[in-house]
Structure formats: C-alpha cells, structure tokens
Design a protein around this ligand. Structure first.
Ligand SMILES: *Cc1c(COP(=O)(O)O)cnc(C)c1O
Length: 379
C-alpha cells in the first residue's frame, strides 16, 4: 500500500489543534474536585442554549438519556405509540421500547434521509388501527440534515402529538435559517466522540422552551429527587454529564463554527467530484447540514462489499449507515410499520455508503478518495 490508511473521523487532528486548552480545562476540573455537577456543567448549559437560541438546556449522560428524559417527563407507557424513522441509529426507537411503549416505524424521504411526512401520516393510522395511542413523533436529523419541520409540525399538531427532534447527528445545522434546538417540543443531542460536537466519552444535552419542564427534568436526571438527594418524588435515573466532559465540550464549542465551515467545504468538494457517479446528498431549501456523515446512494446493482474492500485496500475506510433498518432488527421486528412497507429505507439499506468526513480532511487526501471511488465505480 502506498498510503497509510486514512481515519474515517480524525479526532487526533482536532486534538492537536486544541490540546493545550482542553488539557488545561480537564486538569482544572481534576484539581478542583467538583466532578459531579461542577461549575462547568451550568456554564456549558448556558453556552449551548445561547448557541442554538433555546430557552433551556440541560446536559445529561448521553444522547440516549437525552431522548429518554423527555419520554419519561411525558409519562410514556405501555399502549402508547411513538412514530420514528426506521432508517436511524437504534437509540431513537430504543428509548420508546424501554418505557414499554411501541415505536411505529415510518419511511424516509429519498433526498434528505429524514422522516417522510406522508409515511408519518400512515404510521399514525397504523398505530390507531393496532389499538395503540399515538403520543408523539421523533424526527431525526439524519447525517446532519434537518428533518422537514414545516411539514412535520402541522401533522403533530393536527393529531395532538408532541414532536421531539433527535439532533444527535444534527446539532449545529440550520433549518430555514434557524439553528436546530428549537423545533418541536424538545431537542436531544449527543456528545459521543464521533458526533460533530463530541466530548472525550459519553455526554448529551436536551433543549426546550417550557419552563415547567426544568424542574421535572432536573429531578429525573438525579433519580427523581425532590427536596434533596434522599427525597424521591418520581422514578428517575442517573443521567448526569460529568464535569470533565462538559469542560471538554466548552473548549470544542469555541472552534465549532469554524469546523462547520470546513465540513461544508469538504462536503461541497465531494459533491463536485462524485455527482455524476452516485446519488450525492442534497440540501432541502433553506437548510444547512452539519455533515455528521457524507453519504452516497450507490447505483442499483453496485457490489457494495467489493467496493468497500477495494477502497479499504487503498487505505480508504468507508461505513454503511444503516445496512439494517430498525424494522428489520431482531429486537424491533415485532413493532408495527407504516402502511404496507418502508420501500425507500429498504432500498437505501442496500445502497448507502458513507465516506470519511471530518473538519480536518486534507484536500489531497480527499482528492485521493474521490479518484479511487471514481475509478471503482467506472471500472
Ligand atoms: C448517536 C445517536 C444517538 C445516541 O447518542 P449516544 O450519546 O450515543 O447515546 C441517538 N440518536 C441518533 C440519531 C444518534 O446518531
């Protein structure tokens, strides 16, 4: 091999840029000793809320907990249904099933990979036909592109449902000129290291406007506490984000906008190099993506495993998100699906491929990825 393998996401390149600041911030927490709910936690919550224009932000232990906290606050229970895209990471539907409720899987839009509003309508009808009570919709900003809130919110309203934005991949993107964080009733995000804004472990945050939720969520995050730690007024969880991890995100937030710019430039270069050979990602009108992934849809019939093997031999890592939609997963196959099938997700599961994407991808490395991929697709 002429080249050492490229990383799929180069966290070390980012680290090299900010190491002194991050290490000083972490060391400060270590020395001060306020490991749980230290001052950096609230500082980060204030900064994140200001960043996306949300009224309230609370950090929590992971993106999964962020999703679960809202469902717990809403009292989701057995017999309830929540509409989720089938083409997503498992956590989106997992939290619904945790609480004994039923995810009902809907299809995705072929251009944005996000929930197809028409399929959401069908999923609501399916839920009712199965004797379930539809309670809400979880929209996912898949691969960093915002879901179609202008069409999803009126559907939620017409059916009396809440809408949660699973922005684990999308935080930092904009929908019709506004940053994600304020669409629907609640937004959840993740700081898993590989997400566009990540920490050095697990972490997450929730965003919302409703003042009444502050007390409920703060309590749920610490075992349903009431007056104090040993007064429990509701069933909660241990859902706090570590002070150290908050200190890391505070430093990364300082370079986030600059990284977003770089991600957009890199995505644009991929699109220019690959548009004739595969279906490249498109942006909906007045939307920006944070490019959590740059995902192509390969021509029907492409031998994807062979393509991946060939790229891998040339030192180019690729990934398949998601090769098995949720409704095909062993643990989720028993839950209902919208209407009579989810054809876009089924088709895309066999054809998607994600390319290396991070803010530090050098032009010459990207050019090599593009030319190897072009050669592989035209041979
Ligand atoms: C990563 C991710 C989550 C879960 O976040 P964790 O912090 O890993 O718990 C939820 N939803 C989506 C769409 C994700 O990509």
């Amino acid at each position: 091999m002429d080249h050492p393998p490229l990383p799929f996401i180069d966290l070390q390149a980012q680290r090299a840029r900010i190491a002194p600041a991050v290490e000083a911030a972490v060391l400060k927490v270590v020395r001060e000793g306020r490991y749980i709910l230290g001052p950096e936690v609230q500082e980060l919550e204030r900064e994140l809320a200001a960043y996306c224009g949300a009224k309230h932000c609370l950090t929590c232990a992971s993106g999964t907990d962020a999703l679960a906290l809202f469902l717990m606050a809403k009292g989701l229970r057995t017999g309830d249904a929540v509409i989720c895209p089938t083409f997503t990471f498992a956590a989106t539907a997992e939290v619904v099933a945790w609480l004994g409720a039923s995810p009902v899987f809907a299809d995705i839009d072929p251009d944005t990979f996000c929930l197809d509003p028409a399929s959401v309508e069908r999923a609501i009808a399916t839920a009712k036909a199965e004797g379930l009570q539809p309670r809400g919709i979880i929209a996912v900003d898949l691969f960093g592109h915002p879901a179609d809130y202008d069409r999803l919110l009126p559907i939620a309203e017409a059916h009396g449902l809440w809408l949660m934005d699973d922005a684990a991949q999308g935080f930092g993107a904009t929908y019709r000129g506004t940053k994600l964080g304020t669409f629907g009733d609640f937004t959840a995000t993740s700081f898993f290291p590989a997400k566009p804004l990540g920490c050095y472990g697990d972490g997450g945050a929730v965003f919302f406007e409703d003042d009444a939720l502050v007390e409920v969520l703060t309590s749920l995050r610490v075992h349903g506490q009431g007056q104090d730690k040993y007064d429990n007024v509701r069933i909660g969880m241990n859902g706090r984000m570590d002070t150290i991890q908050c200190a890391v995100v505070l430093e990364k937030l300082k370079i986030f906008d600059d990284e977003i710019e770089a991600r957009n430039r890199i995505a644009q270069r991929y699109t220019e190099g690959l548009a004739e050979l595969a279906k490249v990602p498109t942006l909906a009108a007045d939307c920006t993506s944070i490019w959590a992934q740059y995902t192509l849809v390969l021509p029907t019939g492409t031998d994807r495993p062979a393509l991946q093997a060939r790229l891998s031999a040339a030192g180019i890592p690729t990934a398949v998100y998601y090769g098995k939609p949720m409704h095909r997963q062993t643990a989720y196959a028993r839950f209902p699906v919208a209407g009579n099938g989810l054809p876009v997700a089924e088709d895309y599961a066999a054809r998607v491929i994600s390319l290396p994407m991070h803010a530090y991808l050098a032009d010459e490395d990207q050019d090599r990825i593009v030319s190897q991929l072009r050669a592989a697709l035209t041979d």
